[in-house]
Design a protein around this ligand. Sequence first.
Ligand SMILES: N[C@@H](CCC(=O)N[C@@H](CS)C(=O)NCC(=O)O)C(=O)O
Length: 221
Amino acid sequence: MITVHHLNNSRSQRVLWLLEELGLPYEVKRYERDKTTMLAPPELRKIHPLGKSPVITDDGKTIAETGAIIEYILERYGNGRLIPPPGSDDKLRFTYWLHYAEGSAMTPLLLRLLFTRIPMNAPGLMRPLIKSVFRQADARIVEPQLKAHLALWEAELTRSEWFAGAQFTAADIVMSFPCEAAAMRAGAREKPKIAAFLGRIHARPAYQAALKTGGPYDFAS
Ligand SMILES: N[C@@H](CCC(=O)N[C@@H](CS)C(=O)NCC(=O)O)C(=O)O
């Protein structure tokens, strides 16, 4: 049986959701973030050297990295579900979003998070100066990138209801996290198609079931 090594309030929520969508049995081993640093506990490094979440173990194998986990589960247990037919245009779109979510979309979102958090932790007297430097850097480097990414998602969700065509697929599961993070940090809810996408995914029974299993998740609102 698949074991999901689940870090609270993290990307591994997507893996729980995928397993719920497929109706597969799984067990959950829980790990708690450090309340100050938000880092994963050292025990997670015993499962995979990077100690990041998500990571799963199954049948003697350890699989890390969201996209690789999704591919593994679909190939081994999916029976063709939640993935467009091989060779189709939608399959190409699926592959793009599967890699893009972590490979491209998360970079400016992470920079936005850091550029906001670093000044908050700066020593008192320096804080206004550091805040101003980071605000300018965000406006110059991060904001234009986020604008372009959000425009891309909005255009794709105008072309079809889901990221890889007319049917819901695991591409929507992988893209949920950038969309949710962008709703918190980059005004994604002002984009009507992205906002509607978030409404649709949050209403799915499997998403709700995964939330119950995973516990408090800041990104679901
Ligand atoms: N690209 C990786 C990112 C993994 C990652 O950064 N996970 C975060 C959780 S959202 C984490 O483990 N953070 C805790 C830490 O870095 O200690 C993936 O999608 O699997």
